[in-house]
Design a protein around this ligand. Sequence first.
Ligand SMILES: NC(=O)C1=CN([C@@H]2O[C@H](COP(=O)(O)OP(=O)(O)OC[C@H]3O[C@@H](n4cnc5c(N)ncnc54)[C@H](OP(=O)(O)O)[C@@H]3O)[C@@H](O)[C@H]2O)C=CC1
Ligand SMILES: O=C(CO)COP(=O)(O)O
Length: 319
Amino acid sequence: MSISILGSGAFGTSLAISIANAGRDVTLWSRDNDAAEEMQRTRENAQRLPGATLPYNVTVTSELSAITDDTVLLAVPMQQLRSVLVANPSLHNRTLVACCKGIELTSGKGPIELIQEVAPAATAAILTGPSFAADIAKGLPTALTLACADADRLRDLQNQLMAPNLRIYRSSDPVGAELGGALKNVMAIACGAAMGAGLGESARASLITRGFAEMNRMALALGARSDTLAGLSGFGDLILTCTSTQSRNYSFGFALGGGQDFDPSVTVEGAATARATLNRADAMKIDMPITRMVVALLDRKLDVREAMAQLLARPPKEE
Ligand SMILES: NC(=O)C1=CN([C@@H]2O[C@H](COP(=O)(O)OP(=O)(O)OC[C@H]3O[C@@H](n4cnc5c(N)ncnc54)[C@H](OP(=O)(O)O)[C@@H]3O)[C@@H](O)[C@H]2O)C=CC1
Ligand SMILES: O=C(CO)COP(=O)(O)O
C-alpha cells in the first residue's frame, strides 16, 4: 500500500517521513525539478525541513505521471489548492486528502468544499490537527483528525496514514474539521499580536477563549458539530498555535504587534483566511469581533492597543 504526497513543503515532507517510517512507500511530488532532484540525491529537504532525513522508501519526483496511487495527500497552501487541482485533472478520480488549513479568499470555501467543486468525482478527506512538521519529522508523538464523509474509505485511510508516532482519529464531520484548522490560524495571529505588543498572558488567554467561542459560532452556523470543534482539529490546534513560537501564524502576529518586519515568503495561512472568514461572517450576519480585529491590523487601520481597546469597549454581554 503506497501513498503519494503532492507538495514538498515542511508538512508534506514530514508526513512522507512518518508514513515511510511506518513501512509504506511514499512518492513525494515537488513542482520544482531541481529541488526534487536535490532531495532525491541528498535525502534531505534542506529548504523547507532542514535536518530531517528522508527514508529510503520515499521517492521525490517532479513528474506528475509518477503519482499513480489512489490516495494523494495535497500538502500545498490553501490559496494554491484550486490552481493545483485545476492543473492536474488526472487526480480528479482519486482519494484526495487535503492537508491545508484555510479558507479560499476568492470563494470563501474550505479545502473539502473546493475539492468537491473542482473534482466532484474524487473522494475528499482532510487531515488536520495540532502538529508541527518539525515534531512529526523527529518522530515525536502527534495526534491528528482525519475527516471524510465516506465511512468505509475513512477507515481505510486511517489505516494507511497511522504511524507509530502519528495517532489518527476518525471524524465524520469534514466541515467541522476544516473550519477548526482554518479559524485557529486567525486566532493565532491575534494572540501573537497581543503578545508582541506586550499586552500580557491574561489578554492571550481571553483571546484564546473568546476566539474559541467565535470559531464555534461560525462553524456551527455552517453545519459543523460542536464536539469536532472541541477536539484536536479545533481546540487542540488552537492551543498549540496560539501558544508556540514555532507557529508561523503566531510569529507573524507577534511581529505585527511589535512593529517588526516578517519574511513575506513564509506561509501564513491565517492572513487570507481572516479576510475570507470576515466576508463570509458579514454575509451571514455572524459576529466575529476578533477576526474583524485581525483584518483591521492586517490593513493597518488600527494598531494592537487600539484594536484591543475596541474589543474591551463593546457593549456588556453574557458569556
Ligand atoms: N508546517 C507545519 O507545521 C504544518 C503545516 N500545515 C499546513 O500545510 C499546508 C502547507 O504548509 P507547509 O508545508 O508548512 O508550507 P511550506 O511553505 O513549507 O511549503 C509549501 C509547499 O507548497 C508548494 N507549493 C506552493 N504552491 C504550489 C503550487 N501552485 N503547486 C505546487 N506546489 C506548490 C511549495 O513549493 P515550492 O517549495 O516550490 O515553493 C512548497 O513546497 C498549510 O496549509 C499549512 O497550514 C499543517 C500542519 C502543520
Ligand atoms: O498548523 C500548524 C500546527 O498545527 C502549523 O501552524 P503554523 O502554520 O502557524 O506554523
